[in-house]
Design a protein around this ligand. Structure first.
Ligand code: XMP
Length: 511
C-alpha cells in the first residue's frame, strides 16, 4: 500500500462506517479497527480518528483506548465519545447534559484563523447526537467552536495536533463535515489525496497477479454488483485463467439467467451457466420454514458449485465478492471480547472440502466504491445500478412452501413491478424493490365470476446499507397502474397490497 492511511478507532458508534466512507470520498484510504485492537503497524498510519459510541465516559462500561502510541505522536481527531473521552480523562469534565443535544445545530462561534475551520463560516449546520456534554475542557484545551446549546462543541489541545469535536462531521446533515475532515486530514495532517478508483484498479490487478500467478481461479457469479466487479477485476489480472460459474437456482427473476449470462459473455468473461433449477426445487419440496428453506438453497448451491468446480482441473483459488462491511470487526457495546466477523453469504460460503485458497479483491472497499470501481472498469451502468437481490432469491419471497407454479407467478408479478419502476423513472430512486407471494387466498370477482386467488405484497425501500430501511412513498398513480397490470395479466393473483413497514422492526425480506 503506497497510500497515506487513516486509522479509525471504533467505539461502537452507528456512524463509524460513515466516517470511513467520508474520508475515502476525499480520496484518502481509511481503515476501521476496534478501539481495543490497535494495529501493530501503527506507525504506518498518518492520522487517527476516534469514533463516537453508545457508551458514556462516565459509566462503568466506559471504553478505554490505549493512546500512548497515538496521542502527541500523530494528528488525532476525536469525534463525540472520543472528544468526551479526551476531556474526561485529561483534566476536563463531562456531565449529563441538561438540554436536548440531538439533531441539527448551528455553529455560533468559530475561533479566528483556525485551519481546522478554514472555509467554514459561523452558522454552519452540524449534527449532534449525544446525551453527555463537555462541561470543561481538558488540560491545555483551547475552545475553537460553539453552538447555541453546546458551549464546548470543538476544541484543540495546545502544543499537539489533537482536535476534538462534539458533533458528527461524517453525517450528511453536517453540511461542512467533509470540509472539516479535509481540513484536518489534508491541511493539518498533510495526507495525500491519491486513493482513487483508478489507482485501486491498477494496484489490485498487480496484487492479484503477484498472489495468484499462473494458477486457475474459480468464481461464482450471482448477477449482482459485487461478484461482477470482482470477476472483471480478476479477468483484467489473469484473463482466461478465471473460470466463472453462474448457477440458475430456479429462483431468479424472470429471464434473468439468460439475460445476465448474455451480458457476462459480452463482457468477455469465461463463464459457464449451469441451469440447476430442478435440483433446487426438488430440495425445497415440502419445506415451509424460512431457515430450512435458506439452508436447502445454500446447500444445493454448494453441491452444484462443487460439482462444476471439480470439472475444472488444477483450480487452486476460489474468488469471492466479499466487501469491506463484511470483514470489519464489530465492537460489542460492552467492549468485551465478543467481537465477531460477519461471513459473506452471497455465494453460500466456502465448502471446506474444496480446500481452495481464497482471493477477495474487493475486501478493502465499500459498496459505493465497488460501483465506482466498476464504472472505471467500463461495466454497464445499468448492471452497476441493479438493486440488491438476496442469494436465496425468490425462495425467501414466496412465503411457505415453494412450487414451480408459485415461482412462475411471482416472476411475472416482480417483472411488472420492476419494469414499471424503470418506466416511471423510479427504479434509481429506490434502493431495493420486489414482490412477495403470500400464503393467502382471498375472494374476488372478475367479470361475473367469483375468484379465490393469491395475494401479493409489493415492497420498495430506501436505504444505504440494508441495515435500516424506510418504505418508499411511491406515487398513487404508479401503484394503481401496477396493481391493475398485475391483476389483469398474472393468472392466479387477484389482490395486491403495498408494504408500509420500515426496518426496524420489519426486515426488508419477509422471510
Ligand atoms: P433483511 O431482510 O435482513 O435484508 O432486512 C437486508 C438485505 O440483505 C438481503 N438479504 C440477503 N442477501 N443472502 C443475501 O445475499 C441472504 O440470505 C439474504 N437475506 C437477506 C436483502 O435482500 C436486503 O438487501
Amino acid at each position: 500500500m503506497q497510500h497515506d492511511k487513516v486509522l479509525i478507532l471504533d467505539f461502537g458508534s452507528q456512524y463509524t462506517q460513515l466516517i470511513a466512507r467520508r474520508v475515502r470520498e476525499l480520496n484518502i484510504y481509511s481503515e476501521i479497527h476496534p478501539f481495543n485492537k490497535i494495529p501493530t503497524d501503527i506507525e504506518s498510519y498518518k492520522a487517527v480518528i476516534l469514533s463516537g459510541s453508545p457508551n458514556s465516559v462516565r459509566g462503568e462500561d466506559a471504553l478505554h483506548p490505549e493512546l500512548k502510541d497515538i496521542r502527541t505522536k500523530k494528528p488525532l481527531l476525536a469525534v463525540c465519545y472520543g472528544a468526551q473521552y479526551l476531556a474526561h480523562f485529561s483534566g476536563g469534565e463531562v456531565a449529563p447534559s441538561s438540554t436536548r443535544e440531538y439533531g441539527r445545530a448551528n455553529l455560533s462561534y468559530i475561533k479566528d484563523n483556525e485551519v481546522f475551520f478554514e472555509n467554514i463560516s459561523e452558522g454552519s449546520q452540524v449534527w449532534m447526537s449525544h446525551s453527555d456534554t463537555i462541561k470543561s475542557l481538558p488540560t491545555n484545551g483551547v475552545l475553537i467552536a460553539s453552538t447555541t446549546d453546546v458551549a464546548n462543541a470543538a476544541y484543540k489541545i495546545e502544543g499537539e495536533e489533537t482536535y476534538a469535536i462534539q458533533f458528527h462531521p461524517e453525517v450528511y446533515h453536517s453540511t461542512d463535515g467533509k470540509q472539516i475532515l479535509e481540513n484536518f486530514l489534508v491541511k493539518i495532517a498533510g495526507l495525500k489525496q491519491d486513493w482513487t478508483p483508478d489507482s485501486f484498479v491498477e494496484e489490485t490487478v498487480e496484487a492479484i497477479q503477484a498472489k495468484v500467478g499462473n494458477d486457475k481461479v474459480v468464481l461464482g457469479l450471482s448477477g449482482g454488483v459485487d461478484s461482477t466487479v470482482a470477476a472483471v477485476l480478476l479477468h483484467k489480472a489473469i484473463g482466461e485463467n478465471l473460470y466463472c460459474i453462474f448457477v440458475n437456482n430456479g429462483l431468479l427473476r424472470k429471464n434473468e439467467f439468460e439475460s445476465v449470462l448474455k451480458q457476462y459473455e459480452g463482457m468477455g468473461l469465461n463463464v459457464k451457466g449451469v441451469d440447476a433449477s430442478e435440483r433446487f426445487l426438488k430440495a425445497l419440496v415440502g419445506l415451509e420454514d424460512p431457515e430450512k428453506k435458506r439452508k436447502a438453497i445454500g446447500n444445493s448451491f454448494i453441491e452444484v458449485f462443487d460439482d462444476e468446480a471439480h470439472k475444472l482441473t488444477d483450480v487452486k483459488w476460489l474468488a469471492q465478492g466479499t466487501i469491506y462491511p463484511d470483514v470489519i470487526e464489530s465492537v460489542s457495546a460492552t467492549g468485551g471480547p465478543s467481537a465477531t466477523i460477519k461471513s459473506h453469504h452471497n455465494v453460500g460460503g466456502l465448502p471446506d472440502f474444496m480446500k481452495l485458497k481464497i482471493v477477495e479483491p474487493l475486501r478493502a472497499i465499500f459498496k459505493d466504491e465497488v460501483r465506482r470501481v466498476g464504472a472505471t472498469l467500463g461495466i454497464d451502468p445499468e448492471l452497476l445500478g441493479r438493486h440488491p437481490f438476496p442469494g436465496p432469491g425468490l425462495g425467501i419471497r414466496i412465503l411457505g412452501d415453494i412450487t414451480a407454479e408459485k415461482v412462475r407467478i411471482l416472476q411475472e408479478v416482480d417483472a411488472i413491478f420492476i419494469n414499471g419502476l424503470k418506466e416511471w423513472g423510479l427504479y434509481d430512486k429506490v434502493w431495493q424493490a420486489g414482490a412477495m407471494l403470500l400464503p393467502v387466498n382471498s375472494v374476488g370477482v372478475m367479470g361475473d365470476e367469483r375468484t379465490y386467488e393469491k395475494c401479493v405484497a409489493l415492497r420498495a425501500v430506501e436505504s444505504t446499507d440494508g441495515m435500516t430501511a424506510d418504505w418508499v412513498n411511491l406515487p398513487y398513480e404508479f401503484l394503481q397502474k401496477t396493481s391493475n397490470d398485475i391483476i389483469n395479466k398474472v393468472k392466479g393473483v387477484n389482490r395486491v397490497v403495498y408494504d408500509i413497514s420500515s426496518k426496524p422492526p420489519a426486515t426488508i425480506e419477509w422471510e
